[in-house]
Design a protein around this ligand. Sequence first.
Ligand code: SAM
Length: 300
Amino acid sequence: MSTAPNVAVSDSDLKLLQTLVYQECGMYFDERRVHFLQDRLRRRLSATSIESFYSYYRLLTSREGKQELAALLENLTVNETSFFRNKPQLELFRKNILEDLLARKQARRDWTLRCWSAGCSTGQEPYTMAMQIADALAYYYLRNPLPFEMPAAKPLIPPPWRVEILASDISYSALRMAQEGSYNDVQMEPVDHTFRLRYFDKTGDKYTIKRGVKELVHFDFHNLKTEFMPQRNDIIFCRNVMIYFDEAEQKRLVEKFYRCLTAEGFLFVGHAESLFGLSDKFKMIHQNNGTAYQRIEVQP
Ligand SMILES: C[S@@+](CC[C@H](N)C(=O)[O-])C[C@H]1O[C@@H](n2cnc3c(N)ncnc32)[C@H](O)[C@@H]1O
């Protein structure tokens, strides 16, 4: 089997790489996806002008090779995403789950809502969350008295509420685009007119997310394979990420999510993903084709 011109790569070389990638980020390239791994390896071999797989592997596993390892992983990720992806699930999020969470929190005088978009790609998911939360809060206080006086210049998030959305990924280039928050017509297709008007500025042929929305989202590098997880999340979106992991890694990840959610917090996974067979520590909520999972509290 050959990859870049003059570089021979055997099946056992690919196995070695497959194991390294799995250990580093949880992505598992089985027989069906091994061609993709081979293709991306070929690209990195020619980009680095390294002439043997062995030398490349040695670089990847050395201290000096950290940057190349990041570049390889970046090449292996699938960054497909969109605004308002999986609408029925987002309806469940905004109309039911946020409504319930806001009421529960207000009763406890807890004014912080902490969310995490794990595997946020180019930012459409966390910005969608931010827009949905701003709308849910506005709608909630149309029907309920505000606990404090609203300042004259109406802020996006009514005080004393504080909304923090952490958005993380292992792809630096995706994170850079997300941070920029500028989207073209094709990317904006799922965003309807009212959302465009309220939450975007149009400059030339680009739509840029408004500063107020951007300020709700903090982007950072985070590898879901690590044990370190951001704590005390009320809501986690990890959609269309686990699909690239094997079952053992999915189980480990769901267990970590359980531990970093607040009591009765919510986990959202992708349309083709489910916690079935992975964990019995979550209750499934399914309504009008939208699904979410709520952390079950163990009675002492
Ligand atoms: C298909 S995109 C999904 C984006 C978004 N969540 C959505 O559903 O539209 C998968 C993202 O997961 C990221 N990813 C893959 N492995 C990861 C890991 N170990 N840690 C963090 N992010 C990871 C990829 O870089 C990619 O941006």
